[in-house]
Design a binder for this molecule. Structure first.
Ligand code: ADP
Ligand code: ZN
Length: 712
């Protein structure tokens, strides 16, 4: 008799499951975690739902080594893995690797504790206290250490009056939906009620910055908790979300479970298990939290849904916002997308009736929206070698004079983005990337922001040999900081950039210092845009509002609007009204005009019109193919082969191949092609047929990016 067969998906880049034989009488339902041989190793995989291939001869099948006693992978997660693989064309096994982390299979470290032993101890006050503390049952060692000194405990253990025991992990304190609910305004109440459904739906929750969107979706979280369901909140930069975490704790009495890749394996293992046991009712996380094994998922919130940080650009290339909706659908849970500046994709889904929209029209508690004005750099340029124009300098001085806080925003780290020889024109470029080296003066280096290539600042020009001719061109925030120190030497500065605020603790500390008015002036990159609530901040100056408008990005206008609107939204969130000043060379650009008028819907309508004409997303579908290889010739050969075999037909356009804007990145030569289809044509089938004809050789690779966000 031939053995029973199962298909097993392994967390390695296999396109689909492999077949194995089950031992006589063994059972392995789909989802079961099993150990199977792969080459000369034993690996852990998941019994998949696919029918095994009956045609494969029995003697070729290897046997499942062992079925593990771990909880099975849930059906909705298996479907999510299949769905993402099908949509992104990533190998299913590679997607599985995000949902099956090897470290979660290690046993949890037990909690060391003490219990009463058989032997009697000599009398004594300290000893009696220990024995009394343990009378009701064993205690964790850490807890007993607060009752008596280590010497006393050791003494009791030596005579056998105490016995070491391993205790199960303590039950966590759960968030309490009734802990400290706010008094919602009638509009907020109505919005909150609209979010508390029990079936799958997608709702856009929008409203100006400071209108109470967070408070409102906290009510949806509370509603899910009351029903005994779990809630997942995705944030774009969880490591910088200290203020959000504090707010959650104020609202629900305890911190939520946190999930992101910067946490250590132990923390993640604990969280994973708690989620799996249903002991983590609320989880806040980055993209990868989507793959946690929630047994009772009842709500998925994506905060700042327009953020491009939700797009994973390496490995499995997927958009966590979109996959969050898939996960919600597979679990029959409502999904809420939150933003003050929703993406055009989401707005389009609202207009076509796929998503609902709930809007909060005004700032909470009478705070008004900041006024926005442009500083025309053609009319009032900064002094030579400076970057703050006179009107901005005056506004900062006035603000500081009133004892209020100001913020200067420039989305560029370092001192200067380019170093140039004034004598021969030589520019310092990265040898591995199509990019200039950025000067970081504080660290005394020139560095590539893409590959990390670093050189010491040269004394002479390597091209012409001249000395003292090297000049920084353009500002980064270090250079703005220098200018600020000169102009306002008394002001207490805080620099907020990803390389100065390392980690959540530093971010939390910075936010506290600002709230406590220990800071007068904040200078920051785009991380200052992220959800901060600084009640005493009344002036935001954008040093270079045009930055980001050039370039090849389909969404550069939309993104610039979103970013600057978010940054401006930090101003005037409490009683004192806020002001935003935009330094620009193009005050009549439609993005500047939209920022000045604050008419978001009109801007999005103009953006929609621009894209609709060319069938660009969301009015058409887009897939990028990025070809890369160690040599130009290999990259060109592969890109050329793709160009020759490109799909054709009505509603299908292939652009390229063309050198990528980063024609060289980390030492690899890159070419790009774009497949654009009408919205009613799913590109995945076309892509599979296309890619089947072209086999990369040597070190050449094709990366498939469905719904690309980056065009570099
Ligand atoms: P958004 O998420 O739309 O930017 P928030 O939820 O952060 O807005 O609210 C802005 C500020 O107003 C926060 O400090 C918040 O605590 C406060 N706030 C909003 N709604 C209420 C309310 N109903 N009661 C008390 N404070 C509120
Ligand atoms: Zn580089």
């Amino acid at each position: 008799m031939s053995p029973r067969r199962v298909s097993v998906l392994l967390p390695y880049p296999f396109a689909g499951p492999l077949d194995y034989a089950l031992a006589e009488g063994a059972q392995a339902a789909p989802g079961t975690l099993v150990v199977v041989p792969l080459g000369h190793r034993d690996v852990v995989g998941v019994v998949w739902d696919a029918e095994p291939d009956a045609g494969l001869p029995a003697h070729k099948l290897r046997r499942v080594t062992e079925a593990l006693a771990w909880p099975a992978m849930r059906a909705d997660l298996r479907r999510l893995v299949d769905w993402i693989a099908g949509y992104t064309l990533a190998p299913a096994g590679e997607v599985l690797a995000m949902a099956l982390r090897p470290f979660v299979l290690e046993p949890e470290a037990p909690v060391r504790g003490w219990a009463l032993g058989e032997a009697a101890a000599k009398p004594g006050a300290a000893r009696a206290k220990v024995l009394a503390a343990l009378a009701a049952g064993p205690l964790p060692a850490r807890e007993l250490a607060t009752v008596a000194s280590a010497a006393v405990i050791r003494g009791l253990a030596q005579v056998g009056a105490l016995l070491p025991v391993d205790l199960p992990p303590p039950a966590p304190t759960l968030p309490d939906p009734e802990h400290a609910g706010p008094a919602l305004s009638p509009v907020q109440r109505e919005a909150a009620d609209a979010l508390t459904g029990e079936a799958f739906s997608v709702t856009l929750l929008d409203g100006v910055t400071g209108s109470g969107k967070t408070e409102v979706y906290f009510e949806a979280v509370a509603a899910a908790l009351r029903r005994g369901r779990q809630a997942l909140v995705l944030l774009p930069e969880i490591a910088l979300s200290a203020q959000w975490l504090e707010r959650f704790e104020r609202r629900f009495g305890v911190a939520p479970a946190i999930w992101h890749s910067e946490l250590g394996a132990r923390r993640r293992r604990e969280t994973w298990r708690r989620v799996e046991r249903g002991e983590a009712p609320a989880v806040v996380g980055a993209r990868s939290a989507l793959f946690l094994p929630f047994p009772e998922l009842g709500l998925v919130v994506v905060d700042e849904e327009h953020e491009t940080a939700f797009k994973q650009e390496e490995g499995v290339i997927y958009h966590a916002r979109d996959m969050a909706i898939v996960r919600a659908r597979l679990c029959g849970a409502p999904a809420v997308l939150v933003s003050a500046t929703p993406s055009l994709e989401t707005m389009h889904n609202v207009q076509t009736g796929r998503y609902r929209r709930v809007s909060l029209p005004a700032r909470h508690g009478g705070a008004v929206m900041p006024t926005v004005a442009a500083i025309d750099l053609r009319a009032t340029p900064p002094e030579r070698g400076k970057f703050l124009a006179p009107p901005l300098v005056e506004a900062v001085s006035t603000t500081l004079g009133k004892g209020e806080q100001a913020m200067l925003f420039l989305n560029r780290r370092g001192y200067a983005p380019l170093t140039l020889c004034r004598h021969c024109g030589h520019r310092f470029a990265c040898p591995n990337c199509t990019a200039w080296l950025v000067e970081h003066r504080a660290r005394g280096v020139l560095q590539c922001h893409h590959c990390g290539h670093t050189i010491p600042p040269p004394a002479t020009c390597p091209a012409c040999g001249a000395a003292d001719t090297l000049a920084p061109v353009g500002p980064g925030i270090e250079r703005i900081t220098e200018e600020v120190r000169e102009r306002w030497p008394q002001a207490r500065l805080l620099v907020m950039a990803s390389d100065t605020l390392a980690g959540p603790a530093a971010a939390a500390q910075a936010a506290r210092a600002v709230a406590a008015r220990e800071v007068d002036l904040i200078i920051g990159t785009q991380i200052v845009a992220k959800g901060w609530h600084f009640p005493h901040l009344t002036l935001v100056g954008v040093v270079d509002a045009d930055l980001g408008l050039g370039g090849v990005d389909l969404r550069s206008a939309e993104r610039t609007f979103q970013l600057l609107h978010q940054v401006g939204g930090r101003a005037g969130r409490a009683e004192a009204p806020g002001r935003v000043l935009l330094q620009t060379w193009e005050p009549e650009h439609r993005v500047m005009r939209a920022l000045l008028s604050g008419d978001f819907d009109a801007f999005m309508a103009s953006e929609a019109a621009e894209r609709q004409g060319g069938h660009w997303p969301p009015y058409g579908r887009l897939v990028a193919l990025i070809v890369s290889a160690g040599t130009q010739a290999a990259a060109d050969a592969l890109a050329g082969a793709l160009g020759r075999t490109a799909p054709r037909g009505p509603g299908i356009t292939v652009l390229g191949p063309a050198p990528a804007p980063f024609a060289l990145l980390r030492g690899r030569h890159r070419r790009r092609l774009l497949l654009r289809t009408r919205r009613d044509i799913a590109p995945q089938k076309l892509l599979r047929a296309w890619l089947a004809q072209v086999k990369p050789r040597g070190d050449a690779r094709i990366e498939v990016d469905v719904d690309p966000v980056s065009f570099l």
